[in-house]
Design a protein around this ligand. Structure first.
Ligand code: AFP
Length: 339
């Protein structure tokens, strides 16, 4: 691979500006986010030397122990996102409340939601982790700068993306005109377009679920997995493969690359919280990306991007990936509701 045969991130985004009128401010903001991701990638790769792979003594608002790199990654996102004068507010998995960067938020300003380091329990294992982000453009000014004023449905997103810190560092972005994947070229430091127009195949024979939670599953999910496990002799008439990385970014990247379905459903243990994964900075951006690549993203009962948020750190059930599989799991939920 050489630089000459691949568009740089900036070249690609300027094409998007010409073709789809993507705002230049959004392009500058995405370049700042790309810088944050490059820096986080470097800090993860050097974490074993700097002694930063382990935990802090703090817990975040979710009650989860923060890793040192969770804090470092959060600082990078805060620093680089604040660079854009159109950003009015930042919402992070690692922070209890909204950080307002302005005294008043105007129509056209951006709200950025992010999980700076998803899957951080994998850090010491040298297994892939990632950052996830979502951007909403305000249609109306906000006079009352409270946490409640950024509870905006995922259908309002104008951009979403993630960076995957794996054997190479990827940046995958949608601005609502398909999904494009870039790879960080060591040496020049640029993200180059390596996976244009990513598509989730409609059909798949691969699913991802934390099977250790089987005893808590609700009937539609138990039924779906049971039928996959039955293989050629079961109702699906074919074998299914299973994967579980415990890092949503890695699971979504696999689904964008070769198809599949990912489930973190509501179950009897997490029902009180509404599920496991967070709506604003995990489920919504991943839902937008998967839909833009031709897949579907559902809670089992509704489209994820149509969920009306009522809390900054709200959790939701997540079922996303190849369209036919998500349709089938939704149909099992509908049948279960009818009894
Ligand atoms: P962490 O960021 O706390 O490691 O959580 C990762 C995650 O939110 C998501 O990336 C995984 O799909 C899921 O949680 C893993 O959950 P399990 O611990 O049940 O495997």
């Amino acid at each position: 691979m050489t630089k000459d045969t691949h568009l740089t991130f900036r070249q690609f985004m300027l094409q998007e500006y010409r073709k789809h009128d993507v705002s230049k401010d959004l392009i500058f903001l995405l370049e700042d986010i790309a810088t944050a991701c490059r820096t986080i990638s470097h800090k993860i790769r050097s974490g074993a030397f700097s002694g930063t792979l382990g935990a802090t003594e703090e817990t975040n608002v979710q009650g989860e122990t923060q890793k040192q790199l969770d804090v470092i990654a959060n600082d990078q996102f805060m620093l680089h996102c604040a660079n854009c004068s159109r950003v009015a507010a930042l919402v992070s998995e690692e922070l209890d409340n909204v950080v307002w960067l302005k005294d008043e938020a105007k129509a056209g300003d951006y709200i950025i939601y992010f999980d700076p380091l998803d899957g951080s329990s994998n850090l010491e294992l040298n297994v892939s982790v990632g950052s996830i982000f979502s951007i909403v453009e305000l249609k109306e000014p906000i006079s009352d700068l409270t946490d409640a004023s950024v509870l905006i449905s995922g259908s309002e997103q104008i951009c979403a993306g993630y960076s995957l810190y794996g054997p190479s560092t990827s940046l995958v972005v949608t601005t609502g005109h398909g999904v494009n994947g870039f790879t960080h070229l060591n040496g020049t430091g640029e993200f180059l377009l390596t996976f244009p127009d990513m598509q989730v195949p409609a059909e798949t024979s691969e699913y991802a679920i934390n099977a250790s939670r089987q005893r808590f599953w609700e009937p539609p999910v138990a039924r779906y997995v049971q039928e996959c496990l039955a293989g050629e002799d079961g109702p699906r008439g074919r074998r299914f493969n299973m994967r579980w990385v415990a890092s949503m970014v890695a699971e979504v990247h696999r689904i964008l690359t070769r198809g599949g379905v990912f489930l973190y459903p509501q179950d009897s243990e997490n029902a009180d919280m509404g599920g496991r994964l967070r709506l604003l900075y995990e489920a919504n951006p991943m839902g937008f990306i998967i839909e833009q690549a031709g897949g579907r993203a559902s809670t089992g009962t509704q489209r994820i991007m149509n969920v009306n948020p009522d809390d900054l750190h709200q959790r939701v059930p997540v079922i996303l990936g190849s369209r036919d599989e998500v349709d089938l799991i939704d149909a099992y939920h509908a049948e279960a509701r009818k009894g």
